[in-house]
Design a protein around this ligand. Sequence first.
Ligand SMILES: Nc1ncnc2c1ncn2[C@@H]1O[C@H](COP(=O)(O)OP(=O)(O)O)[C@@H](O)[C@H]1O
Ligand SMILES: [Mg+2]
Length: 272
Amino acid sequence: MHAHPDTMAILVTRDLTRAYGRFIAVDALNLSVEAGEIFALLGPNGAGKSTALRMLATLLPPTSGDAVIDGLSITRQANGVRRIIGYVPQMLSADGSLTGYENLMIFAKLYDVPSTEREARVAEALSFMGLEDAASKLVSRYSGGMIRRLEIAQSMMHRPRLLFLDEPTVGLDPIAREAVWRHIMELQKEFGTTIMMTTHLMEEADTTCSRVALMARGTIVALDTPDRLKSSLQMPGATLDDVFIHYAGSAQESAQNFKEISRERRTARRLG
Ligand SMILES: Nc1ncnc2c1ncn2[C@@H]1O[C@H](COP(=O)(O)OP(=O)(O)O)[C@@H](O)[C@H]1O
Ligand SMILES: [Mg+2]
């Protein structure tokens, strides 16, 4: 596969679709993410953001369509894709009964980091995420922000080119959120990692993302830079919250059901 001359897309989706029975959770998603971007999927609960990320991370097969990451198809070359991506799910993915160091060591082995390099890589990850002092503490005693930073460190052990983060700051207080963000931005700067993420915090997306896609009911209803989306409302002082309400507002009430609310609260509780 050759890169298109006028684009540096690291990810391109082609009618990416996931149905559950008759219900279409992600409906023919078409978008592309440029190398080095911090790109956010925004949208009400149930919009299909996590489903889209799980498909892109090769954890859930699409029912139709495909996506190409760095020239590799997520459906036909999933193993190759797994080597160049990292994924941090919405739910807990670190082992609370182990220390931070031990969790990172497991991921270093899982990702085939050569044994002679593991110690150094783990030490680097701990320092990069500001967890040196907590390295030998059990993760069950970490704060929510520390757990998130550890999970990001885990997903970076093999230095992926593209990192998927599903609600990396959900349930975190503003200080913990700031720390998570500072480290994500450093990753992006230091390693040129492309980030594709989801968040419910519009202000966070506004200040950190190069572009955002607003999803509702499985489809993209708006996609652009935060600034252009805000000016598209032709409303002085419009925020990304206004953009969200304008494009996804009507879908919001109907899409949020009890199951999603309880799931959301559960996630918030375990991190909070
Ligand atoms: N395993 C599943 N079986 C049936 N429906 C599902 C399953 N997973 C997700 N869904 C439904 O797909 C829709 C999109 O879910 P999700 O991708 O988690 O949304 P978001 O992350 O935007 O909140 C929701 O209506 C959800 O209930
Ligand atoms: Mg989700």
